[in-house]
Design a binder for this molecule. Structure first.
Ligand code: GLN
Length: 280
């Protein structure tokens, strides 16, 4: 039987539904599309029924209207993270120098490349080699470099003090709450993409501390965070000397924080990166 026959499709829907897939019809359609034959389809459905995330089976996830390549273990872009694109676009002027940290698939950078006005520099960074290779695939056609390393460490030192936007969907789940994540996330995504330390803010704090010197005066750090962590993160950002604002989107169930480097704070002025600096 052809994998796209109605009978086969109905059988897939029934198996997915029995396994608890809420969007069984949609998933069945996508798996049927992805399979090149009945055996492959049966294999994909078996894996899905066993709990593997749909995105790993398809090899892609949709983010901001584009198909993003997702490789095994790499954090699957979430719909809620679209808020970071809107929030970043709202605070970032034309010709910006933009770095995405903890980039995972690089989905955010792809969306920012389309949304921002003529960014003069785009780059992405991740610690996890699997994420770096996945992001390189997603960003190859945009010629965006993907650096391997910890946060700002692998970036050219000449960029220090000159970035207009640093954006990150960093890990922010408190270590003790990792076990509460959905099984798809807990069992299949790299813990390094999720684990934010004891209060969930360990990585965000390190990003914020370093951002103070990597951002240009007036530049912004834009991050995602859990709704219940907002007050604690605001306190961290404020203590560091950044000017924090919260953006909440109920429809997306998403919370973002923007943190501006004040113009008055002295940063190290790099010599190697001539060009426009936003001074607002
Ligand atoms: N579970 C969170 C989410 O799905 C994890 C995000 C994160 O740590 N960056 O959005």
């Amino acid at each position: 039987m052809a994998p796209d026959s109605p009978v086969e499709r109905a059988a897939v829907v029934a198996r997915l539904r029995a396994a608890g897939c809420v969007w069984a019809e949609d998933e069945a359609r996508l798996l049927v599309e992805a399979a090149t034959g009945p055996e492959m389809l049966a294999g994909l459905v078996d894996r899905r029924v066993a709990g593997e995330p749909l995105e790993y089976l398809l090899g892609w996830a949709e983010f901001c209207g584009e198909r993003i390549v997702v490789e095994p273990g790499v954090f699957v872009p979430r719909a809620r993270t679209a808020l970071l694109v809107t929030a970043a676009a709202a605070v970032t002027g034309p010709a910006a120098a933009v770095v995405e940290l903890c980039c995972g698939t690089g989905a955010l950078t792809r969306a920012l490349a389309r949304r921002l006005v003529a960014p003069r520099l785009l780059a992405a960074v991740d610690l996890d080699p699997a994420a770096v290779s996945c992001a390189r695939r997603n960003l190859a056609d945009l010629a965006v470099p993907v650096f391997a390393g910890d946060l700002f460490d692998p970036l050219p030192v000449a960029w220090r003090g000159n970035l207009d936007l640093v954006v990150a969907n960093a890990p922010y789940v408190p270590t003790g709450e990792l076990t509460l994540l959905p099984a798809e996330s807990r069992r299949y995504e790299a813990p390094v993409a999720l684990d934010g330390g004891s209060n969930g803010l360990a990585v965000l704090r390190r990003i914020a501390v370093a951002a103070l010197s990597w951002l240009a005066p007036g530049g912004h750090l834009v991050v995602e965070v859990g709704a219940v962590q907002v007050d604690e993160l605001r306190a961290v950002l404020t203590e560091i000397g950044l000017v924090a604002e919260v953006i909440r989107d109920e429809a997306l169930d998403a919370t973002a924080m923007t943190a501006r480097r004040p113009t008055g704070v002295a940063g190290r002025r790099p010599s190697g990166m001539a060009g426009r600096r936003r001074e607002n």
